[in-house]
Design a protein. Structure first.
Length: 147
């Protein structure tokens, strides 16, 4: 079983975004219910200073201490970019979210299940990829401005 993946989301009010130098993603936005889902998780867990960054561990396979299980609902070909809808129950509330095609940078296709755990940001980890705005390595599917 592959090791779970890790990203470090941070808040550009009111939208959660993440940077990932490995995939070239810079300020990739969580939209269409995903930011609300993340806010609920970090609030429920009382993650300190989550808005400045926290650890999001995720996998398409169950792993030790995973806290949220998202189930695939459908592909969304109505969106300009495509993407997929997922559902999870968080703190007793059923929530839906859309995940953009950036998901396919981590998995070959939309997994039927996603397993997630949120933790505080480790000491010394900067969630922001410091790269020049015109650096050709960076890309983005969905921006905060699209929300």
């Amino acid at each position: 079983m592959p090791a779970p993946l890790i990203i470090y989301p941070y808040l550009i009010d009111p939208i959660w975004v993440f940077d990932d130098e490995r995939t070239g993603l810079k300020q990739e936005a969580f939209v269409c219910g995903a930011s609300e889902m993340i806010t609920r998780v970090v609030t429920e867990k009382k993650i300190p200073n989550a808005s400045a960054g926290f650890t999001l561990i995720f996998s398409d396979q169950p792993f030790a201490d995973c806290e949220v299980e998202l189930s695939w609902l459908r592909r969304d070909d109505n969106q300009l970019l495509g993407g997929n809808w997922y559902r999870a129950t968080i703190d007793g509330q059923s929530m839906d979210c859309w995940l953009c095609p950036a998901l396919e940078l981590y998995f070959s296709g939309a997994p039927p299940k996603l397993f997630v755990r949120a933790e505080p940001l480790p000491a010394g980890v900067d969630p922001i990829w410091h790269v020049a705005p015109n650096d050709p390595r960076q890309r983005r599917f969905v921006s905060v401005d699209d929300a």
